[in-house]
Design a binder for this molecule. Structure first.
Ligand SMILES: [Ca+2]
Ligand SMILES: [Ca+2]
Length: 99
């Protein structure tokens, strides 16, 4: 069960890695994923929004379970670079010209 979730997190990380190597189409995809996660549209994705998003992906996990919390936490650790407990679009889908 945990392995399955880990694969999903790795897949999301992989999407970000692709963003560095591939054309802007990949960045557009990431921005779309970001918008899907940012349910209140304030251009920041909170842990709560990540949890909701992952749940809608049909993981079939209890939101209060330790495994699920661990997944959300590792997702956050990967993307929240300045540790302000919110992921911005720049953190999630960095633009090439900022590298
Ligand atoms: Ca938000
Ligand atoms: Ca942040």
């Amino acid at each position: 069960m945990y392995m399955k979730l880990l694969v999903i997190v790795l897949f999301l990380c992989h999407l970000t890695c692709l963003n560095y190597a591939e054309e802007n189409a990949e960045a557009a995809n990431l921005e779309q994923v970001f918008k899907d996660m940012d349910t209140n549209g304030n251009n920041k994705v909170t842990k709560k929004e990540v949890s909701k998003y992952l749940q809608t992906k049909g993981l079939g996990m209890e939101p209060d379970s330790d495994d699920f919390k661990r997944i959300v936490q590792s997702f956050f650790d990967s993307y929240d670079k300045n540790k302000d407990k919110a992921i911005t679009v720049d953190e999630f889908a960095p633009k090439k010209d900022e590298l």
